[in-house]
Design a protein around this ligand. Structure first.
Ligand code: FES
Length: 111
């Protein structure tokens, strides 16, 4: 189940804009906001799939606590989109399941 965001962003005339892509779709969004807000402004509602069940997930806290906003930015998975400022040319993709740490494959378990 998806829900509408609980906030909105007022875009004033003459606000500088940047161009990003999300899942290959071009979005023109305000400069200086975080990636999560930019994607929500652009209409994205499905940022990642959960590790168990692959359910669609989207930002919840917008302050770096819940990790529901994970996306892949410019080829780097597991980025918290609510903590990263959007910049022109970013290529963003949905985070699919767990992301591997460097030198580790997904699904590997260490004690
Ligand atoms: S929305 Fe909660 S950590 Fe980003």
């Amino acid at each position: 189940m998806t829900t509408e965001p609980l906030f909105s962003i007022a875009i004033q005339r003459n606000t500088p804009m940047v161009t990003i892509t999300f899942e290959g779709q071009r979005m023109i969004v305000p400069e200086g906001i975080n990636v999560a807000a930019a994607l929500l402004t652009g209409g994205a509602r499905d940022f990642r799939s959960s590790i168990v069940g692959q359910a669609p997930r989207a930002p919840y806290c917008m302050m770096g606590v819940c990790f529901e906003c994970l996306v892949e930015i410019d080829g780097i998975p597991g980025r918290q989109s609510c903590l990263i400022q959007v910049r022109d040319g970013m290529q963003i993709k949905r985070q699919l399941g767990a992301s591997a740490l460097e030198g580790e494959s997904v699904g590997e378990y260490h004690e």
